[in-house]
Write a protein that binds this ligand. Structure first.
Ligand SMILES: C[S@@+](CC[C@H](N)C(=O)[O-])C[C@H]1O[C@@H](n2cnc3c(N)ncnc32)[C@H](O)[C@@H]1O
Length: 301
């Protein structure tokens, strides 16, 4: 296993009804970019670096997202693949099992890559894996240089999915696959609704709508091989456990306008009162997971 530092700056348990079959979105004029609050990438990297050691134990939904994404991919992959936002490398084994010959695990969080290199080195010893510290928006790879891209639960951290996907489209070879799991609006809705009854600040990250992602794919001339959305819900015995679970996977709010911390004991007591419970007194937390398989069209001769 090798590591590289880029020269660039630096679980609704009820399945949702199936989305209609893959469809090409209707042509649309590019929308003028809405002014977006800035997400601080350094802060994102720091919070994931801090979570590296606790991530795997808490990442149940994340593990399901990877498994379902792998199931949607062809059985035989081969060639050089990037796992972008690879985290602790949870997708490395299944990708290697599918025949990936060289895997580059790319992540912005140095702590995640250190975890892979130090903790997991013996597990992946002699495997064709390279870890690369880089930003998904500025990949240190040549145009048309990799056979495929895999990315599970990273794209929702991108403030400009168009820029991110255009970078992925640049590095993948014609005919190559881009396999994505991401989160859609509705994710953490219980938390959003509960906070809205307390104050108007953004306590939950924003998520790009499905149609906006499909429009970007169309603008980038990426073919949609398949898409599916499912709501996955995990349940916690208490608010403290829920907040600990989020912290353990590095999923804290990075929107501008957020309060630092959660707003103190009084706000947490209010949140506890407002947060919905199941009949058995559990606190549900939902994820709208979206699996999207794209192909860069092969060159026409
Ligand atoms: C929710 S974790 C997912 C990790 C892994 N793919 C999994 O499913 O277990 C998101 C990962 O994306 C990384 N990430 C976030 N923004 C990134 C960016 N702009 N470039 C590269 N990695 C990024 C984070 O550091 C984190 O490791």
């Amino acid at each position: 296993m090798n590591s590289q530092v880029s020269p660039l700056p630096p679980r609704c348990s009820q399945p949702q009804p199936q989305q209609p079959q893959p469809q090409q979105p209707q042509p649309q004029q590019p929308q003028p970019q809405q002014p977006q609050p800035q997400r601080n990438k350094q802060q994102v990297a720091q919070q994931f670096s801090r979570a590296a050691h606790s991530y795997d134990q808490a990442a149940t939904i994340q593990q399901q997202a990877i498994e379902q994404l792998i199931q949607r991919m062809p059985n035989q992959l081969g060639g050089h693949w990037l796992d972008i936002g690879c985290g602790t490398g949870a997708a490395f084994d299944p990708l290697l099992k599918r025949g990936v010959e060289h895997l580059s695990g790319v992540d912005l969080a140095e702590g995640m890559l250190q975890f892979i290199n130090l903790q997991q080195a013996s597990h992946w010893h002699r495997q064709p894996i390279t870890t690369v510290l880089a930003d998904a928006d500025e990949l240190p790879f040549n145009n048309n240089s990799c056979d495929g891209i895999f990315s599970s639960l990273m794209l929702q951290w991108s403030e400009h999915p168009q820029r991110t996907l255009s970078e992925w489209q640049r590095v993948v070879k014609p005919g190559g696959l881009i396999a994505i799991a991401t989160l859609l609006p509705g994710t953490h809705q219980q938390m959003r609704d509960a906070w809205q009854q307390i104050d108007q600040r953004p306590h939950v990250n924003r998520f790009t709508p499905r149609q906006q992602l499909l429009t970007v794919c169309q603008q980038l001339q990426l073919d949609i091989v398949s898409e599916q959305q499912q709501c996955l819900t995990e349940h916690y015995p208490s608010l403290t456990d829920l907040l600990r679970g989020l912290k353990a996977i590095g999923a804290t709010n990075v929107n501008t306008g957020r309060k630092s911390g959660l707003g103190g004991r009084a706000a947490l007591q209010q949140l506890n009162q407002m947060y919905p419970r199941t009949q058995t007194g559990q606190l549900p937390l939902s994820y709208q997971v979206y699996w999207l398989l794209l192909r860069k069209p092969a060159l026409a001769f």
